[in-house]
Write a protein that binds this ligand. Structure first.
Ligand SMILES: Cc1cc2nc3c(=O)[nH]c(=O)nc-3n(C[C@H](O)[C@H](O)[C@H](O)COP(=O)(O)OP(=O)(O)OC[C@H]3O[C@@H](n4cnc5c(N)ncnc54)[C@H](O)[C@@H]3O)c2cc1C
Length: 242
């Protein structure tokens, strides 16, 4: 959604997907976001913490970009109406995981992804030439003379098939956790975008990076939803002491 807002500066944009549906909202698991914006923090420290946590796998220029541009885009999200949790009038930062400073923001507790998406959707609705087509399920890219010139989609409300031509196509279809039997990824993380891109001739990279959360609810027949590591550690301690 953020990319669509940016691209709308260049012309007419159509976002086709499961926008505003339950499945869209279900996909927004993100509970927190890190940014070096508190009085005690520095960009360099955030960068170093991230590199350390990456254990040699981070691309330094990518880390620098995300960490350095973070404050600008969090400020922008606030200007666009995202309600991050506050302590009085100031943003409330918590210290978590591998971060050496308090730099984690939450919105409405653990609903950070949902709140950011709400604000982005509201912003998108204000742009006249940014159109949203909900319940449009993309099935393939249209390739002509080696270039992507559009896509095919099914309207899930009536099953009708459509073709859409576009000057450029951006796939933002999320992860692929659902191809595994056990996953804490949302129902929408089906890897569609990767399969669609691959079929159109794209080269896929870094496929080994799939999120497997170490602690999850294991109840027969129920989705494996994520449990905090802290909760898992307590459960292990209880099991050992029992
Ligand atoms: C349990 C959990 C906790 C997380 N916690 C955090 C956190 O605290 N902080 C953080 O920053 N990140 C967190 N993440 C990661 C974060 O949620 C993802 O990185 C982020 O949502 C990815 O965004 P995305 O736009 O790439 O994909 P998604 O948010 O998955 O969006 C992809 C969209 O594409 C749609 N789509 C897929 N295929 C098609 C198709 N064929 N046609 C049409 N539409 C399609 C889907 O319906 C979905 O709406 C967490 C992830 C999980 C699973």
């Amino acid at each position: 959604m953020r990319a669509a807002i940016e691209l709308s500066r260049a012309g007419s944009v159509l976002v086709s997907g499961e926008i505003e549906s339950e499945r869209f909202r279900d996909g927004l698991g993100a509970g927190r976001i890190a940014v070096a914006l508190s009085d005690e923090d520095e960009i360099g420290l955030h960068e170093q913490d991230t590199i350390n946590a990456g254990d040699g796998l981070c691309r330094p220029e990518a880390v620098a970009l995300v960490v350095e541009e973070g404050p600008k885009y969090i400020t922008e999200l606030i200007e666009w109406g995202t309600e991050f949790d506050r302590s009085g009038t100031k943003l409330a930062f918590t210290r978590e995981a591998a971060h050496s400073r308090s730099r984690i923001l939450h919105a409405h507790g653990d609903s950070t992804g949902r709140e950011i998406s709400r604000a982005l959707l509201a912003r998108a609705h204000t742009i006249a030439h940014l159109h949203l087509r909900a319940h449009a399920f993309t099935t393939e890219l249209i390739v002509e003379r080696g270039s992507v010139v559009g896509l095919c989609f099914i309207d899930e409300t009536d099953g009708s098939e459509h073709e859409l031509r576009a000057g450029a196509v951006l796939l933002a279809t999320g992860g692929l956790g659902q191809i595994y039997r056990e996953t804490t990824n949302p129902e929408v993380a089906t890897g569609d975008g990767m399969a669609i891109a691959y079929e159109a001739g794209a080269v896929l990279s870094d496929m080994e990076f799939v999120q497997f959360h170490p602690t999850a609810l294991a109840v027969k027949g129920a989705p494996r939803f994520l449990l905090s590591e802290r909760c898992g550690a307590k459960a292990v301690c209880c099991a050992i002491s029992a």
